[in-house]
Design a protein around this ligand. Structure first.
Ligand SMILES: [Zn+2]
Length: 470
């Protein structure tokens, strides 16, 4: 007997090389059978998904769930978008630990905690011991790894390099939003990042975002970005598909945007890097503010957005429509000589940022011919699972976790999100099962003490670790 049978779906799986009508039997949270037909009498619950696409659960390798004011919004938005596991690229992990049992809707979350210069470490910290201790402290709280958010808040190149090395020594995952005090969130920063990572394992975040035409033209930058990755097979990466970015509207005491990305955006559109520039960019709809409305985060444009920015003393999240569709296409589709994708995964940089577009923009990419359906599954589930070392995910093979995303292919919308054989979402309605933190052995003790549910991963057995020329 099965707990659930998913009947009459069009099943696509990279790992099993399936693209066909199949039934799936689920028992005790695992995939138990995938075959042409399973008799209805064998199941407690039947989900008929005729004319729908059934794929291994989407794993979004770059999201932001844990943010002030967003509360459960990020989890809800991801589950509605068909995501079953995600990497939060900022943290802090202690907040994820508090939230994951309460309102994660079953989502599995790995946290790469951001290091902020001036707060976590000095911008030019030279003492290795201090860096080592900070990383250790974060990993012991359950984080999967460390993120340097250099594009927004840079360290010096020397300090950045030491953070990369110390993260490696502690066998944790390192992700980089490129940029140091010498460069920025652009193709120069990416060139520098590849050098700083050297031959160690490392992850370059949202590759498309360094190709916005700030140094050369967009297409030349995109070609250089993929060529840099082709020459550095040790580097893991993802790119996203949204036109809008995500940044902070917050001003410093000198009346300038705190985030260097926000300054880039204003400059790129020809606005001044001050209050008047922000006002004009918002009024021209070259910038939007996003805030929590009801249970989700929503984009606000025009005068209402500017009023929110003023009312909150600039401390609001903002988006600028700055991503190049040419760079997005190249990053999503380009392959290495061996047939592997240059950029491992399609991510969103979403979660609580309203751009959870893996299905919404990813399937049109398939219709356009940029990817085939199996490749879509490879980039949204198989590769993410492999890179992160999630051995029981990324495929619908018998014995794997029953993490499944079901999609209405005409509407480009997830209709069902199933995690560990439990339904988290049907047609936009959510069921709140507890989630789990994806951690390493370093985080287990603390999570046990806190009573937080977790999955332990050995990064040394992941593709992230083993693709590396050490
Ligand atoms: Zn991000």
């Amino acid at each position: 007997m099965y707990d659930i049978i998913i009947k009459n779906g069009f099943v696509v799986d990279w790992d099993l090389n399936i693209e066909d009508m199949k039934d799936i039997g689920i028992k005790d949270g695992k995939i138990s059978e995938v075959s042409d037909e399973i008799e209805e009498s064998k199941g407690d619950q039947i989900i008929d998904v005729s004319n729908k696409l059934v794929i291994p659960g989407i794993i979004d390798t770059h999201v932001h769930i844990i943010r002030k004011d967003s509360k459960a919004a990020g989890y809800r938005m991801l589950i509605k978008a068909g995501v079953t596991a995600a990497v939060d690229m900022k943290g802090p992990v202690y907040r994820a630990n508090e939230e994951i049992g309460k309102y994660a809707y079953g989502l599995k979350v790995a946290v790469l905690q951001g290091l902020v210069p001036g707060k976590d470490l000095k911008k030019d910290e030279k003492n290795r011991e201090v860096i080592k201790n900070k990383i250790e402290e974060i990993l012991n709280q359950g984080a999967f790894g460390i993120k340097v958010v250099g594009g927004h808040y840079p360290f010096t190149p020397e300090t950045t390099k030491m953070i990369i090395e110390e993260t490696y020594k502690q066998k944790a995952y390192f992700a980089f939003h490129v940029g140091t005090s010498d460069t920025g969130s652009n193709i120069d920063g990416m060139r520098e990042a590849v050098e700083l990572i050297g031959e160690l394992p490392g992850h370059i975040a949202h590759v498309n975002s360094y190709c916005r035409g700030l140094i050369m033209n967009e297409l030349d930058e995109a070609v250089e970005a993929v060529n840099l990755l082709k020459k550095s097979p040790n580097i893991s990466s993802e790119s996203y598909l949204a036109k809008i970015n995500g940044t902070s509207g917050k001003f410093n005491k000198q009346g300038k945007p705190e985030s260097l990305v926000t300054r880039n955006c204003l400059r790129g559109f020809g606005y001044s890097e001050d209050k008047e520039g922000i006002r004009q960019s918002i009024m021209d709809k070259n910038a939007a503010v996003y805030i929590r409305i009801g249970e989700e985060m929503k984009l606000i444009w025009g005068e209402e957005a500017y009023n929110l920015w003023e009312k909150n003393n600039s401390d609001v999240y903002m988006c600028f429509p700055v991503n190049s569709p040419k760079a997005i296409f190249l990053c999503a589709t380009e392959k290495r000589d061996n047939g592997e994708f240059v950029v491992d995964s399609i991510s969103t940089d979403g979660g609580s940022i309203p751009r959870n577009f893996i299905i919404e923009s990813g399937l049109p990419l398939v219709k356009f011919g940029g990817l085939n359906l199996k490749e879509f599954v490879k980039k949204t589930s198989y590769n993410p699972a492999k890179v992160l070392g999630l051995k029981n995910k990324g495929s619908l093979d018998v014995g794997k976790d029953a993490d499944i995303t079901i999609i209405d292919i005409d509407k480009n919308k997830a209709t069902h999100t199933i995690i560990d054989g439990k339904i988290s979402m049907i047609d936009g309605y959510l069921m709140n099962n507890p989630g789990k933190i994806i951690t390493q052995s370093s985080g287990v003790k603390h999570l046990e003490e806190m009573g937080v549910n977790y999955i332990e991963v050995d990064l040394e057995e992941s593709y992230y670790w083993n693709r590396t020329v050490k």
